[in-house]
Design a protein around this ligand. Structure first.
Ligand SMILES: [Zn+2]
Length: 590
């Protein structure tokens, strides 16, 4: 969220202050690097360095010999008294442990990298399904609504739960125990930890958000090494952190215009979501670009079929000649399932023909399967996170059900083929708990404050949502006994304990002091509404992410490694292993 930028800057400044004590080296200590994957090597010296005194070795050998080229020496980075060595696009082809020694003649730093290879390829395709910010509570709520429960037993399993392999994934970043969607998606896409707001790069000390040391991502690897197709599908803005991290190399996730340029350079075969605004030239209605480049036209000119509505997408995907598909269905984020299918709120009146995420994925599978070499597809149900930030739990749960429908679709598609690794995972947690139910039968306790309607333990019982439709959605959420899903991280807001039927919740409004937020008065007059004081700094306008491990479930070839507990960077390694991306190759080949 852009409004967190100040926090990110503060974290960055702290990181910078700490790093000024010794040489900082990228990739960082204990980095795990896929054999043959490209990365930039950078050494940041704490002050001015004398190039003649600098010594850098890998396992005792001069780095320039190991990498096959020498780094550029920058005497004063950003004009400051700080020197650096930068070497772009190097690879380490030989698996093993690399001891890296860096000295400026007076201080030295020693670190270790692990370079790993892989066995032979096991999977033809990989589908990575990400529920952005999906907590275990979202999952249980989706199960209760979509499957029902009787006498304590769920009447069915979610497709994402009913999988043979399961793993807990740790999500901390290189700078913080709490990750955002940029560095968490980047960990899955690159196998490297990074900092809040960064993707495809290590966050260096310079100001330029585009010069940070890069690490190669999965989409580049599968295109370059295996000639595979790439699909990126979301229901947020396509430039948002999770989809962007599959391709982009940028220190600041808010650089949407640059991210669109990087999408165009990377040429994913399927690219679908919201976020049309940054593809339109500045003078076009609804554009958010700062230049006059027409990216719809550029994509069309490079052979993409372009869809702006669900029906257009379906028709283009069905045409056998469609090999590349760009679908952009709203200017900003797309609307979630509750608004699109039931309430017709949000931007649905403006964009009535948005496809469902399941339709997007069906179209993507149609197009991608035309590539004989297989494909990597990332699908994000991204509004789970955004609605949860807004304390809008009904919308977040409906989009968790939508993700599960996508999981079922992908599993049904892959089952007869048996050649596709499917991973379902969140990128980070939200501190959401299911604490009971809310009894809203106003005939009882008509004068009791709202909080007295929260039922816990045996008083909670079970919710009374109507039976779900064929897609697992109850037709209404304003029932008299609802799930009580509470966040442990709160801004000041008016608690109504009621679903927001007139559009997504908007708990805060800008305060009188710049950069601060207060409770949105809009909900003050809702009967029973109570001002709830937050437990976060006033600069935060929403619920925030939390640092608990997230659940990953998997099936298909290569999923055997999915068990126990791992770092998020190791999820990349599972994908690399399934695709045999680190197999020793013939001399001269990349
Ligand atoms: Zn978030």
């Amino acid at each position: 969220m852009p409004r967190f930028a100040a926090a990110a800057v503060a974290i960055f400044v702290l990181f910078f202050a700490l790093s000024a004590q010794a040489q900082t080296v990228y990739p960082i200590d204990r980095a795990e690097i896929l054999a043959g994957a490209r990365f930039d090597f950078k050494v940041e010296f704490p002050g001015l360095a004398d190039p003649a005194a600098i010594k850098v070795t890998l396992n005792g050998e001069d780095y320039a010999k190991t990498f096959g080229k020498a780094a550029a020496f920058v005497e004063r980075e950003d004009g400051k008294e700080q020197s650096a060595l930068i070497l772009h696009d190097v690879v380490l082809a030989q698996p093993g442990t690399y001891r890296v020694l860096v000295s400026n003649g007076t201080t030295r730093r020693e670190l270790t990298w692990t370079v790993y290879g892989t066995g032979p390829r096991k999977a033809k395709n990989v589908v990575l399904l990400i529920g952005d910010g999906m907590s275990p509570a979202h999952r249980v709520a989706a199960r209760l609504l979509a499957k029902g429960i009787a006498e304590g037993k769920a009447r069915g399993k979610l497709a994402m739960d009913d999988m043979p392999q399961m793993l807990l994934v740790a999500t901390a970043g290189s700078d913080s125990v709490i990750t955002d969607s940029a560095n968490s998606a980047s960990a899955y896409a690159t196998g490297h930890k990074s900092a809040v707001n960064a993707m495809g790069v290590y966050a260096d000390r310079t100001i330029d958000p585009l010069d940070d040391p890069k690490v190669e991502n999965i989409t580049s690897l599968v295109q370059r090494r295996l000639g595979m197709a790439v699909g990126i599908v979301t229901n947020t803005e396509i430039e948002d952190a999770t989809p962007a991290a599959m391709v982009a190399h940028v220190r600041r996730r808010a650089e949407y215009d640059r991210i669109v340029e990087q999408f165009f350079a990377a040429k994913p075969d399927v690219l679908m979501g919201g976020g049309l605004a940054n593809f339109l030239p500045k003078s076009a209605h609804g554009s958010k670009r700062k230049d006059e480049t027409d990216f719809l036209e550029k994509f069309r000119a490079s052979g993409y079929a372009v869809a702006l509505t669900g029906p257009e997408m379906n028709a283009l995907a069905a045409a056998p000649e469609t090999k590349r598909l760009l679908g952009l269905f709203t200017l900003g984020n797309m609307d979630g399932a509750l608004d699109r299918k039931f309430l017709k709120r949000g931007t649905v009146p403006k964009f009535p023909e948005q496809p469902d995420l399941t339709e997007q994925v069906r179209a993507a599978l149609n197009v991608l399967a035309r590539n004989e070499a297989g494909f990597f597809l990332m699908v994000e149900s991204g509004m789970i996170d955004k609605y949860t930030h807004l304390l809008d739990m009904e919308r977040a749960v409906y989009d968790t059900i939508m993700l599960d429908n996508v999981v079922r679709l992908v599993r049904d598609w892959s089952e007869p083929r048996g050649d596709t690794l499917i991973l379902v995972v969140a990128d980070h947690n939200h501190p959401i708990g299911l604490v009971g139910t809310i009894d809203d039968d106003m005939s009882k306790d008509a004068v009791a404050p709202l909080r007295e309607r929260v039922r816990v333990y045996e008083r909670a019982g079970f919710p009374n949502y109507p039976a779900p439709d064929a897609e697992g959605y109850p037709e209404r959420v304003d029932v008299s006994r609802r799930l009580a899903l509470f966040s442990a991280s709160l801004p000041d807001h008016y608690e109504t304990l009621r679903p927001k039927l007139d559009g997504p919740n908007d708990p805060t409004a800008p305060g009188t002091q710049e950069g601060t937020f207060v409770a949105n008065e809009r909900y003050k007059s809702v009967p029973g509404a109570a001002l709830r004081l937050g437990n976060l700094p006033a600069m935060i306008n929403a619920d925030v992410h939390s640092g608990e491990d997230v659940i990953l479930t998997a099936t298909g070839p290569g999923s055997e490694r999915v068990h126990g507990q791992m770092e998020n960077t190791e999820v990349f390694r599972i994908i690399a292993e399934a695709l045999g991306l680190g197999q020793a190759r013939a001399a001269g080949s990349q």
